[in-house]
Unconditional design. Sequence first.
Length: 194
Amino acid sequence: MHISKYFCNFARFLLIRVIMEPTLPTKTNFETLCQQRRSIRKYTSEPVSQQQLDYILRCALMSPSSKRTNPWEFFVQGSAKTIRDLAGCKTYGSQMFETAQAAIAVALDASLTDTWQADGAIAAEHILLAAEDCGLGACWCHIYQREGSEALAREVFGIPENLHILCVISLGHKDEERKPYDPEKLMYNKIHTI
Ligand SMILES: Cc1cc2nc3c(=O)[nH]c(=O)nc-3n(C[C@H](O)[C@H](O)[C@H](O)COP(=O)(O)O)c2cc1C
């Protein structure tokens, strides 16, 4: 092969792997990921990178949904200053937005399927696991049918009225330690083998 062809191939490799779609350090073992994913509500001031957001959103878009209706829409807020407004979206349980560096609202079109809440919850879980996988902390803040929360989230993300907002997920680099789940202490009594 001519030397210039080698160079072209190498340049294309660099473009795809390094510039367009950089590989993120990820944990490969799914059980380890499930063990280590905990709700993280305190974050450092280090920003969430665009690569990390892209990775998380790609994983969200691979969520299963009833009859492949894909009723979800993901609204991303990367301005830490704007995210602070969400800290007041409920009296308890929204403190994660005091330090979050990014937030993703999971909104759903209920006219597409009666399973929209289930579809939204699965997508939200993909986001939580993907965040852990790329080294971030995350937490689900419930919005749907929480008085005042939905109106504020709608305003912060500019979400149209035809979509329900199930939850907003806070994201950031962890500033608190949570113990991973211990496989020895799981509630095995929840399993009913017939
Ligand atoms: C449907 C749902 C709603 C939740 N709502 C909130 C919330 O509004 N605020 C909050 O701080 N955490 C919320 N969480 C996080 C739970 O409190 C958390 O998942 C639970 O305590 C278990 O802890 P872990 O995530 O660390 O395993 C919610 C989780 C789920 C699945």
